[in-house]
Design a protein around this ligand. Sequence first.
Ligand code: FAD
Length: 409
Amino acid sequence: MVDDAEFDLIIVGGGLVGASLACSLATSKLRIAVVEAVPFRSEQQPSFDDRTVALAYSSCRILETMGLWSKMDIVDGCDIKTIHISDRGHFGFARLHASDAGLQALGYVIPTRTLGAALLAGMSNAENITIFCPASVESVVMHDDSTEVVIEEAGQHRTIGARLLVAADGVHSTIREKIGITYRQRMYQQTAIVTNIETELPHQQVAYERFMPTGPLALLPMDKERCAVIWSNPADRVDEMLAWDDETFLAALQHAFGDRLGKFGKIGRRVSYPLALTEVEETIKPRLVLIGNAAHTVHPVAGQGFNLGLRDVATLAEEIVEAQRGNKDFGALDVLQRYQQRRRRDTQAVSRFTDGLIRIFSNTLMPLLVLRNASLVVVDLFPGIKKMFIRRTSGLAGRLPRLARGLRL
Ligand SMILES: Cc1cc2nc3c(=O)[nH]c(=O)nc-3n(C[C@H](O)[C@H](O)[C@H](O)COP(=O)(O)OP(=O)(O)OC[C@H]3O[C@@H](n4cnc5c(N)ncnc54)[C@H](O)[C@@H]3O)c2cc1C
């Protein structure tokens, strides 16, 4: 443990993305402070909660290179072999198989608590990482060559300083507000209900994405017997749906999904998440970087949010380590600008792609309806298009950070 208030790097937000960044630098010589508001093992922890995340192929690779994959309890049956996309009540559908792109799996479905446990162990075992938790940020001062953060932990105020401040404090980023970084946020007027169910028929490692005018419904293979459910619905209907008894909810879910997996059985706890698109023009300022949900939030339709954040992590960690190796100041603006430039295209592409899916599939205009169904058929029939589509959604398009290529930093 570093017993000093001076660090090289301060990460505010020890959620999925912030903790991943700390772990990616666990073998560096950098002194890292992680400031997290909510205790990691508490029920209220907003990042390591009841959700599952579909990890894209490149994310699994990043976690593997970081040495975290082997530490996670990966259960049988959670690897996605096929994605089945359909437009409820219409002719179009597409199937994407891992083998279409020469992959073993299109991704893995992991409970965020499993991921959280591995990340917490990774941070706790690293000598260069100091965790302040539960702790909140009181104020931030940016100097030319450093940043100073006043935190409150167990009633005590403490000033910690570093060369670089990383805001990984989620969609309502306090750091973003305190520094005055402008952002655009559009609520989708949709809320996702997340739960899990048992199905009568085996899912055979197929992930289903079913589009409906009210919002998409995803069923993801969680283990051999269960599927994770992410069901987006109009925001004004969700309170009523959450109040339904299990039987009523299951009947509505069955009606929406159909009988492809037989009768739905036991259902888990239902939790809801309001959905928004958040875009930040500048994710950097001198001595500051925004990553993960603090920099971008997308609709969970294609399971891309954390995957995008993990690519932020892999790229930023690479830039930091490279600058440090060249005896350069990794908090200097030119280093941060290079990071921002490397991340911009991927972030924009994923935001536009997920937003486009929601707009196109919630539209009931006949020409658009025919066009989108025809597009699904085209994706299903043409191997070249399938492969391109898989590579993009698996995070394998463009210049990949070292960790995603299996290379250590
Ligand atoms: C329903 C749903 C399903 C999803 N499914 C997928 C999926 O399948 N695949 C995928 O890739 N992504 C998915 N996502 C997106 C994914 O959950 C997010 O992208 C991810 O949680 C972002 O992580 P983060 O660490 O940036 O932010 P968060 O998870 O919000 O974590 C932020 C952390 O910062 C802490 N914090 C906040 N403010 C402060 C402060 N002032 N001081 C200190 N700490 C602070 C919080 O306590 C929290 O621990 C889904 C999202 C939703 C809503």
